[in-house]
Ligand binder design. Structure first.
Ligand code: FES
Length: 614
C-alpha cells in the first residue's frame, strides 16, 4: 500500500502513514498524544485538529460536532479523518497534550524517617586491585562491606551482577571510596561517598501520573512532577482502554510501552531537577488501579474485560525495575502493594493507608472521587473492618464527557458563583477561560440549583436569557464565545447536568449502601475523608448541597490531598508500611455494587437536587 507523509505542528514531527489511515494513527506514531476521551468514536471532539492536504470528506460524526465554517477552515476530527495524500496537521494551542504539566497537590507532607528502611547505605573504602590481589570489582566491594570470616568465602551479602558495570566505573572515578546501597543482603547500586540514596514513589492514575522524588534517608520529598497519562490517547476511561487492549495486540503493546516510557521520562525529569543521574535512584514504589498495573506490567487483561473482572495477580510485587525498561540504579527494584480485588487496586490500598483508614478508630467514610469513585467505610468491630465499593461515577469530574469540559489546568473555569441571578466564574490561573473543570461544574450546578436556574429534577429554566435552546442542545451560556480562549461559548448543557446527576447519584448511593450493610446510620460517621486531588480542590459546601457527598456537618470533612500518593511514599522505604499495606486486603470486604439491589434503588433516589440542602 502506498504511504503518505503526515507532519504535525507546532511540534514538527513527521511520520509515514498508510494512505487511507486515520490521523489519530499517525498521532500515536509521532507521539502527539491528545486525550481522546471517547476513544476515537467521534463523539467527544477532543481530537480536533486543523488539516491542510487531501483527506476524506467529513462524515456524519464530524457534521454533528463541527459547523460548516469550522469545516471550511480545515478543522476536522482526527479520529474520523483519513489521509489521502501528504498532510500538514495543526494541533490547536488550546488542546491538552501529554506534556501538559499538572499541579500536584502534595497535601501536608512531612519528612517520614523510618526505623525499618528498605534501602540502607554503607560508606566504605575499597582496596584498590594489585597484581597480588586481582579480585574482581564486584567481589572486592562485597568483601569491603562485609569482610569474609576467616576460612569462609564471601559474606552472605551478594551483588546483582547488573551492578558490576556501575561498580567498575564508579570505583575508579571515586578512587575506591564508595557508598554502597543495600536492599537486605543484596547490593543494588553504588555512588560516591555521602551521596543521598534516592527513591521515587509513583501514583499511576488513569488520567495523570504523579511522581515524587524522595531522599530515602531523610524521608524528604525533594521534588514532584505530574503529567497526563499518555494512555489517554486510547480513551478517557479504563474500560475503553481495556477493550482496545483486548481486541488489538498492537494497541495493547502500545498502551504498555506508552506508560513505561512516561515513567522513564518522569524519572529523568525528577533526577535532573536535583542534578543527579537516574542511576542514583535505588528504589521505586508504584500504586495504580488494577487495569493500570496490569497494563504496566504486561499482565493478561482479557479476564478484566468481563464479569467477574478477575485480576491476574493480586499480591504485592517486587521486581527489578529494569524488567519494565526503567533505567534506575542497576539493581533497583519496583515495589507494588497488593490489590483488594476486581478494579479496587493497589491505589486504593495506598489511599486507605495514606488516609489512615486501616488504623483502629470510630466509623469513618473515605471517598476517592474519580472516573470510578472508591468508597471505603470503616466498620469498627466487624469481621472485615473495611467495606469497599467502587462507584461508577464516570469521567465527568475529570472534565471529560462534558460539552465544554476540560481537565483542571490553566484556562479551566474552576469556581462559579451566583451573583444577582447570574453565574460569575473564575479560572484556575486567572487567564482566559477555555473550558470548565470538575470543581467548576460542581459549583455551577450547585449555584444553579440554589438560584432556581435548574429545578429539583435538574431541568434548566428555558425562560432565562442565558439559556439557549436549539436542535443541538439546551444550554446555559456560562462564558460567551467572545470572552473565551477558544472563541466558542463555554456552556453547561442539560446533558452535562444529567452527567453530574448520574455521578453524584452513584457516589451517594454507594456510600449509603455500605452504611446499610454495616448496620450503621449516617450520624455514626465521625469523619469523612475526601482523597484525591479532585476531592481536595472542590468546594465542600457546594458538593454537599448537590448531594455529591453526604449531608454531614462541615467540621467532619477532611480533605487530605493525594492520599494514594502519600501511601506510595510511605511504602517506598519503610518495611513496616509495606507490612501494613499487605494486611489491608484481608481486612477488606469488596462489594460489587452492580449486584446489590439496594444500590440501584438508592441510585434512582439520589438523582434529584434538594433545594433545602444548603
Ligand atoms: Fe475523536 Fe473523541 S471525537 S476522539
Amino acid at each position: 500500500k502506498s504511504m503518505v507523509n503526515v507532519e504535525f505542528n507546532p511540534g514538527g514531527q513527521s511520520v509515514a502513514l498508510q494512505k487511507g489511515g486515520l490521523i489519530t494513527e499517525a498521532m500515536l506514531t509521532a507521539g502527539v498524544l491528545l486525550p481522546l476521551d471517547c476513544g476515537g468514536k467521534g463523539t467527544c471532539g477532543r481530537c480536533l485538529v486543523q488539516v491542510e492536504g487531501a483527506v476524506s470528506p467529513p462524515n456524519d460524526a464530524e457534521e454533528r460536532l463541527l459547523d460548516q465554517s469550522r469545516l471550511e477552515q480545515g478543522f476536522r476530527l482526527a479520529c474520523q479523518t483519513r489521509a489521502l495524500g501528504d498532510l500538514r496537521v495543526v494541533i490547536p494551542d488550546t488542546a491538552e497534550t501529554a506534556d501538559s504539566s499538572w499541579r500536584i497537590d502534595l497535601g501536608d507532607l512531612s519528612a517520614t524517617q523510618t526505623n525499618s528502611p528498605v534501602i540502607t547505605s554503607v560508606d566504605c573504602r575499597v582496596q584498590a586491585p594489585t597484581l597480588e590481589d586481582p579480585r574482581a570489582d564486584l567481589r572486592r566491594v562485597l568483601e569491603a562491606v562485609t569482610p569474609p570470616a576467616a576460612g569462609e568465602g564471601e559474606g552472605e551479602l551478594w551483588g546483582d551482577p547488573a551492578t558490576a558495570t556501575q561498580i567498575t566505573r564508579m570505583a575508579r572515578e571515586k578512587d575506591w571510596n564508595l557508598r554502597v546501597y543495600k536492599r537486605g543482603s543484596e547490593v543494588v547500586g553504588v555512588a560516591g561517598p555521602g551521596d543521598a540514596a534516592l527513591g521515587v514513589a509513583v501514583d499511576l492514575g488513569s488520567t495523570k501520573i504523579a511522581a515524587y522524588l524522595i531522599d530515602l534517608e531523610k524521608g524528604e520529598v525533594l521534588n514532584s512532577r505530574g503529567r497526563l497519562n499518555p494512555q489517554v490517547a486510547f480513551g478517557a476511561d479504563v474500560v475503553t482502554r481495556l477493550q482496545r487492549a483486548i481486541h488489538n495486540p498492537d494497541d495493547r503493546r502500545q498502551l504498555t510501552s506508552l506508560v513505561r516510557r512516561a515513567l522513564g521520562d518522569l524519572v529523568v525529569e525528577l533526577s535532573s531537577s536535583v542534578g543527579v543521574e537516574p542511576s542514583c535512584i535505588t528504589e521505586m514504589s508504584l500504586v495504580g488501579n488494577t487495569a493500570m498495573t496490569h497494563l504496566l506490567l504486561g499482565l493478561p487483561v482479557e479476564q478484566l474485560g468481563a464479569p467477574p473482572f478477575v485480576a491476574s495477580l493480586d499480591q504485592a510485587i517486587d521486581l527489578k525495575a529494569r524488567e519494565i525498561g526503567l533505567n534506575l540504579a542497576p539493581g533497583a527494584y519496583l515495589y507494588l502493594p497488593p490489590l483488594v480485588g476486581g478494579f479496587v487496586g493497589a491505589d486504593n490500598v495506598a489511599m486507605i493507608m495514606g488516609a489512615d483508614l486501616d488504623l483502629p478508630g470510630p466509623c469513618r467514610l473515605g471517598l476517592d472521587i474519580g472516573t470510578n469513585t472508591e468508597v471505603v467505610l470503616t466498620a469498627p468491630g466487624s469481621e472485615h473492618p473495611l467495606l469497599i465499593a467502587s462507584a461508577p461515577s464516570g469521567p465527568t469530574f475529570e472534565g471529560a464527557h462534558l460539552s465544554s469540559g476540560m481537565r483542571a489546568m490553566a484556562g479551566a473555569v474552576s469556581r462559579v458563583q451566583l451573583d444577582k441571578g447570574r453565574l460569575v466564574w473564575s479560572t484556575i490561573d486567572g487567564g482566559k477561560p477555555a473550558g470548565i473543570c470538575g470543581s467548576g461544574i460542581i459549583d455551577a450546578v450547585a449555584e444553579m440549583a440554589r438560584g432556581g436556574i435548574i429545578n429539583a429534577q435538574g431541568h434548566l429554566d428555558q425562560s432565562l436569557p442565558q439559556v439557549k435552546v436549539d436542535e443541538r442542545s439546551i444550554r446555559y451560556i456560562l462564558v460567551p464565545g467572545e470572552q473565551s480562549a477558544t472563541g466558542k461559548d463555554i456552556v453547561v448543557t442539560q446533558a452535562d447536568i444529567s452527567q453530574v446527576q448520574l455521578a453524584k447519584g452513584a457516589i451517594n448511593a454507594a456510600a449509603f449502601t455500605l452504611l446499610h450493610l454495616a448496620g450503621l446510620e449516617p450520624f455514626d460517621i465521625s469523619e469523612i475523608v475526601l482523597a484525591g486531588s479532585f476531592g481536595s480542590n472542590f468546594d465542600v459546601e457546594n458538593a454537599r448541597s448537590i448531594g455529591l457527598i453526604p449531608d454531614a456537618p462541615a467540621a467532619i470533612y477532611r480533605q487530605v490531598g493525594n492520599a494514594a500518593g502519600k501511601g506510595a511514599q510511605q511504602m517506598l522505604n519503610n518495611q513496616e508500611a509495606r507490612i501494613r499495606a499487605e494486611a489491608i486486603p484481608s481486612m477488606a470486604r469488596y462489594l460489587e455494587l452492580a449486584s446489590e439491589p439496594l444500590f440501584n434503588k438508592l441510585f434512582a433516589r439520589s438523582l434529584a437536587f434538594s433545594k433545602n440542602r444548603s
